[in-house]
Design a protein around this ligand. Structure first.
Ligand code: WTA
Length: 695
């Protein structure tokens, strides 16, 4: 698997021993949604693709589809062809008959003195309609237009997304912790004319100004040739001027003021083709430019609804809390679309998990009687470190807990199971990606035993395979890692990369395509860019990325993006970014730079690099260390050997370096980094956010 010049997080994966099975608690099994032991048979290859009708039939269609899977133009699969539906209708309107007074969301502000707010399905309906009227009548937006939403975790975020979906407008939500520049670039790529913001939000007890990001975003989009005509700004406290950044006349509008003109407005849901794009979600890949993963309406909604029901085990009477930020795919699929399609009640929490102390999540769980809890290993590690005995102080009872986003070490898993879950809850470790829409591997909570540190078998209707670099299949039990791929299409898979079909094919299908002319899906395995091993029991263990992506606190950062940001600092001649193991966040980026001749003040450049990375990408990309070195190790053809730098940062063996153009530099760097100790960036506990993301 090792490729010269690449840094792979699989190379620094921890080697765990095989773990014991733990069986789901009887209390869980007795009430679970998926208890039929022949489910695997129903979703077996023999029944593919019709097995996915089971998920699509959980939705309300305006027109039923005629073809479950159309494979005529691989790998651009079409799902539920001929069908039409509206995602917002499925998430809101259809629940009103029976559940209009049920809570859709309970908003928990970060401050414990500010009252919580319960939004019923009826009020969600009313508010979504009014916002849809603003988008249609004030902004002139129609089905197929794109809107970029750069907002924090407040109720207005899902309301805005659903208003877009009601009209068939393609939303592109950018995580609130990304910088204004990052949002502007994404707005330009998606050709958004309208951006939607919030003026501010609370983080760690402080009001964070967010509107300033809008000004940067508009400017940055402008440089890219995209004019942002309107910026709609939700106020955290409607009617109050909280912040100092001025509104730009004729461009910026407060939503609470606009909405006064649209009281009681009703907007009919637009019936969309099953294949119409529902949203874009930008994510990092192998090149510097983030790519807009384009998700379809019918297949995506069917897949997240089905998996929310079977794997999250959501029933109408449950109280579900997914701590992810809606600005990431987990939030889209498993806070907004899946749970709402099932008529769930969800908690939306504004702040950081350990504010004002590490007991906060458990107080929220007790107060609202949360019984399904969903978070990431980073958040679990962080909460464990900050308050290992906090959960026992609170009277809450989870029936089900999820972990997602990165591999979880068995030790962390056991704390989650024993202390957080009080041995009453089943755990699902769900492996998937922005591109895949929903879960790919996970245990079936009532049917499969759990195994700490392994994600589990394939999800229903997903047929994985592990290939070596040469395309040879690695059978179970070989104890060799390879590239995990999915042999078949499934309804949640992205449609394409926005405006870049070639890149879509190149990135995900080219590597293992058996015959580019074939229209048989069996010839088109999906390459996930993760390394994995498969023991004889069929429980996959995911080792991490095999491309230039670093998974920081469960979130993807492209090393190329960080390197390009470094290269904009005038004194920097060359830059290389590598992953290093971090106790809480799993991995963090470490930057190596060589300066242009004549520059002596390394410390000043280091500070500049950190500030530049934070401005161009966001604080989430803040490096763990920056090393200014005399030169970077290179091959004779001039390629920077990131693998060697990663080995040094992770105190691993650098291997044979004699073939390098400058072998002597390796020892020099090693002594500098390991001997003198790195220049570690200042980091307080407040840096660890909801999913561990920094801000
Ligand atoms: C990693 C997040 C191990 C993996 C849903 C993948 C995981 C990347 C797990 C996608 C897991 C996600 N165990 N690794 N349960 N879940 N990953 O696009 O490397 O933000 O490729 O989607 O996270 O990150 P993304």
């Amino acid at each position: 698997m090792a490729t010269v010049g690449r840094t792979q997080t699989t190379d620094i994966a921890v080697h765990w021993k095989e773990e014991e099975y733990i069986h789901p608690p009887a209390g869980f099994v007795g009430q679970a949604n998926l208890v039929d032991p022949v489910a695997d048979e129903r979703f077996s290859e023999k029944h593919f693709p019709e097995c996915f009708r089971e998920y699509a039939d959980m939705l309300s269609w305006d027109r039923y589809w005629h073809t479950t899977l159309d494979t005529s133009t691989p790998p651009f699969w079409k799902w539920f062809s001929g069908g039409t539906l509206n995602a917002c209708y499925n998430c809101v309107d259809r629940h009103l008959d029976r559940h209009k007074n049920k809570a859709a969301f309970i908003f928990v502000p970060e401050s414990e003195t500010e009252p919580t707010y319960t939004l019923t399905y009826q009020e969600l309906f009313t508010r979504v309609n009014e916002v849809a009227a603003v988008l249609r009548d004030f902004c002139g937006l129609h089905a197929g237009d794109r809107v970029t939403i750069h907002m924090p975790m407040i109720l207005e975020l899902p309301i805005t997304m659903l208003a877009c979906a009601r009209l068939g407008i393609i939303h592109s939500v950018v995580f609130g912790g990304f910088s204004g520049e990052a949002a502007g670039l994404r707005a330009a790529d998606s050709e958004s004319r309208v951006m939607i913001y919030a003026d501010g939000y609370y983080r760690n007890g402080k009001l964070v100004e967010h509107k300033a990001s809008a000004d940067l975003a508009v400017e940055c989009a402008g440089h890219e040739g995209q004019k942002i005509e309107k910026v709609l700004v939700w106020r955290r406290h409607p009617g109050q001027e909280l912040l100092t950044t001025p509104m730009v006349q004729g461009r910026d509008y407060y939503m609470d003021e606009l909405l006064k003109g649209y009281k009681r407005a009703k907007v009919a849901p637009v019936s969309m083709d099953a294949e119409a794009p529902l949203f874009l979600m930008y994510t990092s890949g192998t090149t510097g430019k983030p790519k807009g993963c384009q998700h379809r309406t019918g297949g995506y909604l069917a897949y997240v609804t089905g998996t929310s029901k079977y794997y999250q085990d959501i029933h109408p009477e449950d109280v579900y809390w997914c701590m992810a930020d809606i600005g990431w795919i987990t939030g889209h699929s498993y806070i907004v679309y899946g749970p709402l399609a099932l008529g769930a009640t969800s908690i939306i929490y504004e702040g950081v998990p350990n504010y004002p102390d590490a007991g906060r999540p458990w107080r929220i769980a007790e107060r609202f009687d949360v019984n399904i809890f969903h978070t990431s290993p980073t958040a679990i590690r962080m909460l464990r470190k900050a308050g290992p005995n906090e959960p026992v102080k609170y009277d809450y009872h989870f029936k089900h807990m999820t972990t997602v986003g990165e591999p979880i070490e068995p030790e962390t898993w056991r704390w989650y199971y024993d202390v957080v879950g009080k041995r009453e809850a089943v755990i699902v470790d769900t492996w998937w990606q922005t591109e895949t829409g929903g879960f790919l591997c996970t245990t079936k909570p009532a049917l499969d035993p759990m195994k700490a540190g392994s994600t589990g078998p394939a999800a229903l209707g997903i047929y994985p395979v592990i290939y070596d670099e040469a395309g040879k299949e690695l059978p179970p039990g070989l104890e060799r890692a390879g590239n995990i791929c999915i042999r078949n299409p499934w309804p949640g898979i992205m449609q394409t990369i926005w405006k870049d079909n070639d890149r879509f094919v190149r990135q995900y299908y080219q590597k293992y395509c058996k015959d580019p002319k074939s229209t048989d899906w069996r010839d088109w395995p999906y390459f996930a860019a993760d390394g994995a091993v498969l023991p004889p029991d069929g429980y996959y263990r995911i080792l991490g990325r095999v491309d230039d992506v670093i998974n920081v606190a469960g979130h993807r950062l492209g090393t190329k993006e960080i390197e390009s940001a470094c290269l904009t600092v005038p004194h920097v001649a060359e830059a290389a970014v590598v992953p290093v193991v971090d106790e809480i966040k799993g991995r963090m980026p470490v930057i190596y730079v060589a300066l242009k001749p004549g520059v002596s003040d390394g410390r000043q450049v280091t500070d500049q690099i950190v500030t530049t990375v934070e401005t161009m990408i966001g604080k989430i990309a803040r490096p763990k260390a920056v090393h200014v070195v005399p030169d970077l190790p290179k091959t004779r053809s001039g390629k920077i050997m990131r693998r060697i730098l990663a080995a040094i940062s992770n105190t691993m063996d650098t291997g044979d370096v004699t073939t390098l153009a400058n072998p002597e530099i390796v020892e020099q760097i090693r002594q500098q980094v390991q001997g003198e100790g790195p220049v570690v960036m200042q980091e307080g506990p407040e840096d660890v956010k909801r999913f561990g993301e920094q801000e």
